[in-house]
Design a protein around this ligand. Structure first.
Ligand code: MRU
Length: 355
């Protein structure tokens, strides 16, 4: 992501942030700890299998593309700690580590996609454990480079959707923090701003973990892009009041028919957009498409813990004897999606994504 100084009517890109990267020795994955934002900017190095799994499940690293790359790099880092090992020992560990990393968060297609692609390198024509690890490291690095390129491409392809003065509503965080590049839903916003277009963003706070309030607001304001936070419940009213020109959200998994799983609350935004005649766009890289799934009914929805909903700032806000549901995602049916912006182009309904 870039900081965009507003100088004499134009934005200048400086000072990128990188949500996931190699630590300098390549034996650890360096992540921005997103649980600390916006109060503190902290980077953490993940070395062991436990480090990687805890960072993903606690959402220190989050966002579908970012957890895919963290899992891919993390798989390699977690295997480097064993010192001398035979090829057979390494292959057995690859299977165990990959399974555990993939199981941390079930909804985002990117996680299994990236981790399994790196794991497959260990099964290739390699002569030793060291060779296999090198092949895995190379693959993980290539996936990281691809993710950066896919985000940029989504930004370039999506930019024409934003007229000068466009007011974009978004949900959760599908920006630089959720990827290793300039984001997905926010990529067209950054590219438009780089080109001197006046764009502004209305960010839904995104209960319960507040990715919109904490993360989208942090990265956009840091970049010099005008952003205002609203409660999730205020979105439909903002649409009715004519304060939203278009909606752009990210995705965690897109089925072959174009049904989209994304952060809980996305479906309600799509319904309100349809009612008010506001275009509803989804932006996602190829790594988020799961063409093995015919439709959204087969997408696994992650259920998270009670306390994320029932406690705020350490205080109980739900009576102890009242149960809580906490699905992290919902599925928006393809018929509510105006278009899907991927790194391969802008897709219009009826959607049919093939392998
Ligand atoms: O639970 P999170 O914060 O990982 O959920 C993230 C989202 O729902 C994003 O919109 C999605 O992953 C796309 S990120 C480019």
């Amino acid at each position: 992501m870039f900081r965009l100084h507003h100088t004499a009517g134009t934005f200048t890109a400086v000072n990128p942030i990188q949500a996931v990267r190699w630590a300098p020795d390549c034996h650890a994955v360096r992540i921005i700890d997103q649980t600390a934002l916006p109060e503190r900017f902290i980077e953490r190095d993940l070395r062991s299998l436990d480090d990687v799994c805890t960072a993903i499940s606690s959402m220190a690293v989050r966002g579908a593309p970012a957890i895919g790359i963290a899992g891919a790099l993390g798989l390699v880092a977690s295997l480097g700690a064993y010192g001398d090992q035979t090829l057979d020992q390494l292959r057995a560990r690859v299977a165990v580590h990959a399974r555990r990393i993939v199981s941390t968060r079930p909804t985002a297609a990117n996680l299994a996609w990236a981790v399994n692609a790196v794991a497959a390198e260990a099964g290739g024509p390699v002569a030793s454990a060291a060779d296999a690890l090198q092949a895995m490291r190379d693959k993980a690095g290539a996936l990281l480079a691809d993710d950066i390129a896919m985000c940029r491409r989504i930004g370039e392809l999506g930019e024409p959707l934003l007229a000068d003065g466009a007011r974009v509503l978004t949900h959760c965080n599908a920006g630089a923090l959720a990827t290793t590049g300039i984001g997905t839903a926010l990529a067209p916003v950054y590219v438009a701003a780089e080109h001197g277009r006046r764009v502004s963003v209305l960010a839904c706070e995104t209960r319960p973990l507040l990715q919109g309030a904490r993360l989208t607001a942090w990265e956009l304001s840091r970049a010099g892009v005008p952003v205002r936070v609203i409660t999730d419940g205020a979105a439909a009213g903002a649409m009715r009041d004519g304060r939203v020109d278009l909606v752009i959200v990210g995705a965690d998994r897109i089925a072959a028919n174009g049904d989209v799983a994304n952060k809980i609350g996305t479906y309600a935004l799509a319904l309100a957009s349809r009612h008010h005649g506001i275009p509803f766009y989804v932006a996602a890289p190829t790594s988020t498409f799961d063409v093995t799934i015919a439709n959204g009914a087969a997408i696994p929805i992650e259920q998270r813990g009670r306390d994320e909903v029932a406690r705020v700032a350490g205080r109980a806000i739900v009576p102890n004897d009242v149960p809580v549901d906490n699905p992290a995602f919902d599925v928006t049916p393809a018929e509510l999606v105006t278009a899907i912006v991927s790194d391969r182009g802008i897709h219009h309904p009826p959607y049919r994504f093939d392998p």
